[in-house]
Design a protein around this ligand. Structure first.
Ligand code: SAM
Length: 365
Protein backbone atom coordinates (compact mmCIF):
# COMPACT_ATOMS: atom_id res chain seq x y z
CA UNK A 1 0.00 0.00 0.00
CA UNK A 2 1.23 3.48 -0.78
CA UNK A 3 2.14 5.68 2.18
CA UNK A 4 -0.53 8.14 3.23
CA UNK A 5 1.42 11.15 2.03
CA UNK A 6 1.66 9.82 -1.49
CA UNK A 7 -2.06 9.00 -1.70
CA UNK A 8 -2.94 12.43 -0.48
CA UNK A 9 -0.71 14.34 -2.81
CA UNK A 10 -1.15 12.27 -5.96
CA UNK A 11 -4.42 13.95 -6.99
CA UNK A 12 -2.78 17.33 -6.64
CA UNK A 13 0.23 16.42 -8.72
CA UNK A 14 -1.13 14.00 -11.26
CA UNK A 15 -2.82 16.36 -13.73
CA UNK A 16 0.24 18.54 -13.84
CA UNK A 17 2.69 15.70 -14.20
CA UNK A 18 0.62 13.86 -16.78
CA UNK A 19 0.14 16.93 -18.94
CA UNK A 20 2.58 19.67 -18.05
CA UNK A 21 0.95 22.11 -20.45
CA UNK A 22 -2.62 21.43 -19.35
CA UNK A 23 -4.48 23.47 -16.78
CA UNK A 24 -4.16 22.59 -13.13
CA UNK A 25 -7.61 21.22 -12.71
CA UNK A 26 -7.31 19.38 -9.44
CA UNK A 27 -10.10 18.41 -7.08
CA UNK A 28 -8.83 21.07 -4.72
CA UNK A 29 -8.56 24.09 -6.98
CA UNK A 30 -11.48 26.49 -6.99
CA UNK A 31 -13.83 26.89 -9.90
CA UNK A 32 -12.13 30.12 -11.05
CA UNK A 33 -9.24 28.09 -12.35
CA UNK A 34 -11.46 26.26 -14.84
CA UNK A 35 -11.03 28.80 -17.55
CA UNK A 36 -7.44 29.58 -16.78
CA UNK A 37 -4.56 28.75 -19.06
CA UNK A 38 -1.73 26.41 -18.30
CA UNK A 39 -0.37 26.34 -14.77
CA UNK A 40 2.97 25.45 -16.25
CA UNK A 41 4.39 28.81 -15.38
CA UNK A 42 8.10 28.39 -15.60
CA UNK A 43 9.81 30.05 -18.46
CA UNK A 44 11.68 26.79 -18.96
CA UNK A 45 9.78 23.80 -20.25
CA UNK A 46 9.29 21.05 -17.68
CA UNK A 47 10.31 17.71 -19.11
CA UNK A 48 7.82 14.89 -18.73
CA UNK A 49 9.10 12.53 -16.06
CA UNK A 50 10.12 9.14 -17.34
CA UNK A 51 10.39 7.59 -13.90
CA UNK A 52 7.40 6.45 -11.80
CA UNK A 53 5.50 9.41 -10.38
CA UNK A 54 6.16 8.66 -6.76
CA UNK A 55 8.77 7.00 -4.74
CA UNK A 56 6.70 4.15 -3.39
CA UNK A 57 9.62 2.76 -1.40
CA UNK A 58 9.18 5.60 1.04
CA UNK A 59 7.88 4.78 4.50
CA UNK A 60 6.76 7.47 6.90
CA UNK A 61 8.83 7.30 10.02
CA UNK A 62 9.16 9.63 12.94
CA UNK A 63 12.66 10.24 14.14
CA UNK A 64 13.38 11.16 17.73
CA UNK A 65 14.29 14.67 16.63
CA UNK A 66 11.54 16.27 18.60
CA UNK A 67 12.41 14.46 21.75
CA UNK A 68 15.87 16.00 21.37
CA UNK A 69 14.57 19.35 20.22
CA UNK A 70 16.01 22.45 21.82
CA UNK A 71 12.62 24.19 21.54
CA UNK A 72 9.79 23.25 23.87
CA UNK A 73 6.86 21.80 21.98
CA UNK A 74 3.31 22.85 22.74
CA UNK A 75 0.73 25.58 22.30
CA UNK A 76 3.05 28.38 23.44
CA UNK A 77 5.62 27.42 20.84
CA UNK A 78 2.95 27.36 18.12
CA UNK A 79 1.72 30.80 19.20
CA UNK A 80 5.29 32.01 19.08
CA UNK A 81 5.66 30.76 15.50
CA UNK A 82 2.43 32.47 14.44
CA UNK A 83 3.52 35.79 15.98
CA UNK A 84 6.95 35.40 14.42
CA UNK A 85 5.36 34.96 10.99
CA UNK A 86 3.70 38.38 11.19
CA UNK A 87 6.86 40.08 12.44
CA UNK A 88 8.82 38.60 9.54
CA UNK A 89 6.15 39.61 7.08
CA UNK A 90 6.32 43.18 8.39
CA UNK A 91 10.11 43.35 8.32
CA UNK A 92 10.52 41.78 4.87
CA UNK A 93 7.43 43.62 3.59
CA UNK A 94 5.72 40.53 2.30
CA UNK A 95 5.51 36.79 2.56
CA UNK A 96 8.30 36.03 0.07
CA UNK A 97 11.14 37.62 -1.89
CA UNK A 98 11.55 35.14 -4.78
CA UNK A 99 10.45 36.58 -8.17
CA UNK A 100 7.52 34.20 -8.44
CA UNK A 101 4.56 36.56 -8.05
CA UNK A 102 3.19 36.18 -11.60
CA UNK A 103 3.54 32.39 -11.49
CA UNK A 104 1.66 32.33 -8.19
CA UNK A 105 -1.12 34.43 -9.70
CA UNK A 106 -1.45 32.13 -12.73
CA UNK A 107 -1.35 28.95 -10.67
CA UNK A 108 1.61 26.82 -9.64
CA UNK A 109 2.65 24.23 -7.04
CA UNK A 110 4.28 25.42 -3.85
CA UNK A 111 5.73 23.47 -0.91
CA UNK A 112 6.25 24.85 2.61
CA UNK A 113 8.85 22.57 4.21
CA UNK A 114 8.64 22.39 8.02
CA UNK A 115 5.46 24.48 7.94
CA UNK A 116 4.74 24.37 11.71
CA UNK A 117 1.27 25.80 12.37
CA UNK A 118 1.02 26.59 8.65
CA UNK A 119 0.63 30.36 8.92
CA UNK A 120 2.69 31.06 5.79
CA UNK A 121 0.90 28.29 3.85
CA UNK A 122 -2.53 29.56 4.88
CA UNK A 123 -1.76 33.21 4.09
CA UNK A 124 -0.23 32.35 0.73
CA UNK A 125 -3.01 30.00 -0.34
CA UNK A 126 -5.55 32.70 0.50
CA UNK A 127 -3.60 35.32 -1.47
CA UNK A 128 -3.05 33.04 -4.49
CA UNK A 129 -6.17 30.89 -4.93
CA UNK A 130 -5.07 29.50 -8.31
CA UNK A 131 -1.93 27.95 -6.88
CA UNK A 132 -1.73 24.76 -4.85
CA UNK A 133 0.10 24.88 -1.50
CA UNK A 134 1.28 21.88 0.50
CA UNK A 135 2.79 22.31 3.94
CA UNK A 136 4.93 19.48 5.36
CA UNK A 137 5.86 18.99 8.98
CA UNK A 138 6.99 16.22 11.27
CA UNK A 139 4.18 17.13 13.65
CA UNK A 140 0.57 17.61 12.62
CA UNK A 141 0.18 20.92 14.41
CA UNK A 142 -1.12 22.52 11.21
CA UNK A 143 -4.82 23.28 10.58
CA UNK A 144 -6.92 20.24 9.68
CA UNK A 145 -10.42 21.50 8.97
CA UNK A 146 -10.63 25.22 8.39
CA UNK A 147 -8.33 26.10 5.52
CA UNK A 148 -8.55 27.27 1.90
CA UNK A 149 -9.37 24.59 -0.67
CA UNK A 150 -5.99 24.98 -2.33
CA UNK A 151 -4.14 24.47 0.97
CA UNK A 152 -2.99 21.01 2.09
CA UNK A 153 -0.90 19.77 4.96
CA UNK A 154 0.92 16.47 5.32
CA UNK A 155 3.14 14.82 7.89
CA UNK A 156 6.63 14.17 6.61
CA UNK A 157 10.13 13.83 8.05
CA UNK A 158 12.42 16.00 5.97
CA UNK A 159 15.49 14.23 7.29
CA UNK A 160 14.53 10.94 5.64
CA UNK A 161 15.68 11.18 2.06
CA UNK A 162 14.70 10.81 -0.67
CA UNK A 163 11.46 12.67 -0.02
CA UNK A 164 8.38 11.01 -1.54
CA UNK A 165 7.96 13.64 -4.22
CA UNK A 166 8.58 13.32 -7.95
CA UNK A 167 11.40 14.93 -9.89
CA UNK A 168 10.78 18.29 -11.59
CA UNK A 169 7.30 18.65 -10.14
CA UNK A 170 7.21 21.83 -8.05
CA UNK A 171 7.47 25.55 -8.90
CA UNK A 172 8.42 27.03 -5.52
CA UNK A 173 9.86 25.60 -2.30
CA UNK A 174 9.77 27.71 0.86
CA UNK A 175 11.56 26.74 4.06
CA UNK A 176 11.80 28.92 7.15
CA UNK A 177 13.26 28.59 10.65
CA UNK A 178 14.31 24.96 10.33
CA UNK A 179 17.87 25.38 11.60
CA UNK A 180 16.76 24.57 15.14
CA UNK A 181 16.18 21.03 13.87
CA UNK A 182 18.72 20.42 11.13
CA UNK A 183 22.20 19.13 11.90
CA UNK A 184 24.90 20.92 9.94
CA UNK A 185 25.52 17.88 7.71
CA UNK A 186 21.83 17.67 6.73
CA UNK A 187 21.66 20.99 4.91
CA UNK A 188 23.40 20.06 1.65
CA UNK A 189 21.62 16.72 1.05
CA UNK A 190 18.29 18.39 1.74
CA UNK A 191 18.99 21.27 -0.66
CA UNK A 192 20.09 18.81 -3.34
CA UNK A 193 16.82 16.97 -2.79
CA UNK A 194 14.91 20.21 -3.27
CA UNK A 195 16.86 20.75 -6.49
CA UNK A 196 15.64 17.35 -7.70
CA UNK A 197 12.00 18.06 -6.81
CA UNK A 198 11.87 21.56 -8.31
CA UNK A 199 11.01 22.03 -11.96
CA UNK A 200 13.77 23.47 -14.10
CA UNK A 201 13.44 27.21 -13.59
CA UNK A 202 11.62 26.70 -10.23
CA UNK A 203 12.51 28.84 -7.22
CA UNK A 204 13.56 28.17 -3.64
CA UNK A 205 13.49 30.54 -0.67
CA UNK A 206 15.20 29.91 2.67
CA UNK A 207 14.72 32.12 5.72
CA UNK A 208 16.68 31.69 8.98
CA UNK A 209 17.60 33.74 12.05
CA UNK A 210 21.22 34.38 12.90
CA UNK A 211 21.63 32.91 16.37
CA UNK A 212 24.28 35.50 17.23
CA UNK A 213 22.78 38.70 18.62
CA UNK A 214 24.50 41.99 17.70
CA UNK A 215 25.60 44.78 20.04
CA UNK A 216 25.07 42.57 23.07
CA UNK A 217 25.77 43.64 26.64
CA UNK A 218 27.48 41.44 29.22
CA UNK A 219 24.44 39.40 30.20
CA UNK A 220 23.18 38.90 26.65
CA UNK A 221 26.70 38.05 25.50
CA UNK A 222 27.09 35.34 28.13
CA UNK A 223 23.72 33.82 27.30
CA UNK A 224 24.27 34.09 23.55
CA UNK A 225 27.73 32.50 23.81
CA UNK A 226 26.26 29.59 25.77
CA UNK A 227 23.46 29.18 23.23
CA UNK A 228 25.91 29.12 20.32
CA UNK A 229 28.29 26.75 22.09
CA UNK A 230 25.50 24.37 23.09
CA UNK A 231 24.11 24.48 19.56
CA UNK A 232 27.50 23.69 18.02
CA UNK A 233 27.99 20.77 20.41
CA UNK A 234 24.84 19.25 18.90
CA UNK A 235 26.56 19.36 15.47
CA UNK A 236 24.22 22.18 14.49
CA UNK A 237 25.49 25.25 12.69
CA UNK A 238 24.65 28.50 14.53
CA UNK A 239 25.69 30.54 11.49
CA UNK A 240 23.64 28.71 8.83
CA UNK A 241 21.56 31.85 8.34
CA UNK A 242 24.62 33.70 7.05
CA UNK A 243 25.57 30.82 4.77
CA UNK A 244 22.24 30.22 3.05
CA UNK A 245 23.38 31.76 -0.24
CA UNK A 246 26.57 29.71 -0.42
CA UNK A 247 24.73 26.53 0.59
CA UNK A 248 22.34 27.11 -2.31
CA UNK A 249 25.15 27.84 -4.76
CA UNK A 250 27.10 24.74 -3.70
CA UNK A 251 23.96 22.62 -4.08
CA UNK A 252 23.64 23.60 -7.74
CA UNK A 253 21.19 26.52 -7.63
CA UNK A 254 21.71 29.64 -9.76
CA UNK A 255 20.68 33.31 -9.56
CA UNK A 256 21.33 33.16 -5.83
CA UNK A 257 20.39 36.35 -3.97
CA UNK A 258 20.38 37.09 -0.27
CA UNK A 259 18.99 39.76 1.97
CA UNK A 260 18.64 40.31 5.69
CA UNK A 261 16.53 42.36 8.06
CA UNK A 262 17.45 43.52 11.54
CA UNK A 263 15.13 43.18 14.50
CA UNK A 264 15.85 45.65 17.33
CA UNK A 265 15.11 43.96 20.65
CA UNK A 266 12.61 46.42 22.07
CA UNK A 267 14.35 49.72 21.30
CA UNK A 268 13.96 52.20 18.45
CA UNK A 269 10.97 53.56 16.63
CA UNK A 270 8.66 52.77 13.79
CA UNK A 271 10.77 52.90 10.67
CA UNK A 272 10.63 51.97 7.04
CA UNK A 273 13.85 50.04 6.96
CA UNK A 274 14.77 47.46 9.54
CA UNK A 275 18.18 46.89 8.04
CA UNK A 276 21.02 47.79 10.32
CA UNK A 277 24.58 47.95 8.97
CA UNK A 278 26.23 44.56 8.98
CA UNK A 279 28.95 45.68 11.39
CA UNK A 280 27.61 48.71 13.19
CA UNK A 281 29.33 50.41 16.09
CA UNK A 282 27.72 49.33 19.36
CA UNK A 283 26.53 52.83 20.10
CA UNK A 284 23.52 54.99 19.44
CA UNK A 285 24.65 56.00 15.95
CA UNK A 286 23.45 52.83 14.21
CA UNK A 287 22.61 53.31 10.58
CA UNK A 288 18.90 52.77 11.03
CA UNK A 289 16.25 54.80 9.26
CA UNK A 290 13.94 56.25 11.86
CA UNK A 291 10.57 57.55 10.78
CA UNK A 292 7.95 58.67 13.26
CA UNK A 293 8.14 59.59 16.88
CA UNK A 294 6.46 56.72 18.63
CA UNK A 295 8.17 53.70 20.03
CA UNK A 296 7.12 51.05 17.60
CA UNK A 297 4.73 48.27 18.45
CA UNK A 298 6.92 46.33 16.10
CA UNK A 299 10.06 46.54 18.25
CA UNK A 300 8.04 45.82 21.39
CA UNK A 301 6.71 42.71 19.70
CA UNK A 302 10.23 41.74 18.58
CA UNK A 303 11.48 41.89 22.20
CA UNK A 304 8.52 39.93 23.45
CA UNK A 305 9.00 37.39 20.67
CA UNK A 306 12.67 36.97 21.56
CA UNK A 307 11.70 36.54 25.21
CA UNK A 308 9.29 33.76 24.20
CA UNK A 309 12.11 32.12 22.27
CA UNK A 310 14.33 32.18 25.38
CA UNK A 311 11.46 30.67 27.38
CA UNK A 312 11.01 27.99 24.77
CA UNK A 313 14.72 27.20 25.01
CA UNK A 314 14.63 27.10 28.82
CA UNK A 315 14.59 23.35 29.51
CA UNK A 316 17.63 22.83 27.31
CA UNK A 317 19.56 26.09 27.74
CA UNK A 318 19.14 26.40 31.52
CA UNK A 319 20.76 22.97 31.91
CA UNK A 320 23.65 24.07 29.74
CA UNK A 321 24.00 27.27 31.77
CA UNK A 322 23.81 25.22 35.01
CA UNK A 323 20.89 27.33 36.22
CA UNK A 324 17.77 26.36 38.10
CA UNK A 325 14.48 27.31 36.42
CA UNK A 326 14.10 30.21 38.85
CA UNK A 327 17.59 31.53 38.21
CA UNK A 328 17.09 31.26 34.44
CA UNK A 329 13.77 33.11 34.66
CA UNK A 330 15.36 35.90 36.70
CA UNK A 331 18.28 36.09 34.27
CA UNK A 332 16.14 36.52 31.16
CA UNK A 333 13.79 38.96 32.91
CA UNK A 334 16.77 41.31 33.36
CA UNK A 335 17.74 41.22 29.68
CA UNK A 336 15.29 43.75 28.15
CA UNK A 337 16.83 46.66 30.08
CA UNK A 338 20.27 45.71 28.81
CA UNK A 339 18.98 45.24 25.21
CA UNK A 340 17.55 48.76 25.30
CA UNK A 341 20.74 50.22 26.74
CA UNK A 342 23.06 48.47 24.27
CA UNK A 343 20.65 48.64 21.32
CA UNK A 344 20.90 44.91 20.80
CA UNK A 345 19.36 43.40 17.70
CA UNK A 346 19.12 40.16 15.76
CA UNK A 347 19.28 39.57 12.02
CA UNK A 348 17.07 37.32 9.91
CA UNK A 349 18.50 36.23 6.58
CA UNK A 350 16.65 35.25 3.43
CA UNK A 351 18.15 33.65 0.33
CA UNK A 352 16.40 32.93 -2.96
CA UNK A 353 17.69 30.89 -5.88
CA UNK A 354 16.56 29.21 -9.07
CA UNK A 355 17.01 25.70 -10.35
CA UNK A 356 18.96 25.89 -13.62
CA UNK A 357 16.85 25.45 -16.73
CA UNK A 358 19.26 22.89 -18.05
CA UNK A 359 20.99 20.11 -16.20
CA UNK A 360 24.61 19.86 -17.25
CA UNK A 361 26.37 16.56 -17.21
CA UNK A 362 29.98 16.78 -16.22
CA UNK A 363 32.26 14.09 -17.57
CA UNK A 364 35.56 13.43 -15.94
CA UNK A 365 38.27 12.52 -18.48
C1 SAM B 1 10.56 26.73 14.29
S1 SAM B 1 9.31 25.91 13.44
C2 SAM B 1 9.05 26.91 11.98
C3 SAM B 1 7.69 26.72 11.39
C4 SAM B 1 7.41 27.51 10.10
N1 SAM B 1 8.34 27.18 9.05
C5 SAM B 1 7.41 28.98 10.35
O1 SAM B 1 8.35 29.66 9.94
O2 SAM B 1 6.46 29.46 11.00
C6 SAM B 1 10.14 24.50 12.75
C7 SAM B 1 9.18 23.41 12.35
O3 SAM B 1 9.95 22.36 11.75
C8 SAM B 1 9.34 21.14 12.10
N2 SAM B 1 10.32 20.05 11.96
C9 SAM B 1 11.33 19.77 12.77
N3 SAM B 1 12.01 18.70 12.32
C10 SAM B 1 11.39 18.29 11.20
C11 SAM B 1 11.60 17.24 10.28
N4 SAM B 1 12.61 16.37 10.43
N5 SAM B 1 10.75 17.11 9.25
C12 SAM B 1 9.73 17.97 9.09
N6 SAM B 1 9.48 19.00 9.92
C13 SAM B 1 10.31 19.16 10.97
C14 SAM B 1 8.88 21.35 13.52
O4 SAM B 1 7.86 20.44 13.87
C15 SAM B 1 8.41 22.80 13.48
O5 SAM B 1 7.03 22.86 13.22
Amino acid sequence: MKPEIIDAIAPVYEPLIAAPTARLDTPTTNSHSESQPSPSVNTCASPKPKKPLFNTKYKLQHTDLHRNSVLTHGTNEQDRMVAQHYLLRTAFRGEFLAPIQSALKKGCIVLDMGCGPGTWTMEMSTAFPRSTFIGFDLENVYPHDIKPKNCHFRTCDLTILPLPLPDNSVDFIFQRDMNWYLKAHMWLPLLKEYLRILKPGGWIELVEPDLQTQCSGTMELLMNDKLIRAFSLRQQDPSSARRLASLLAISGFRRVESDFQSFPLGWGWLHQSHRINDSPPCSSDHDITVVGTHRSEFVRAVASQYMFLLKSLKPWLSRFMSMTDEKYDAYIEALPAEWAQMQTYTNWHCATAQKPCQTYLYHTP
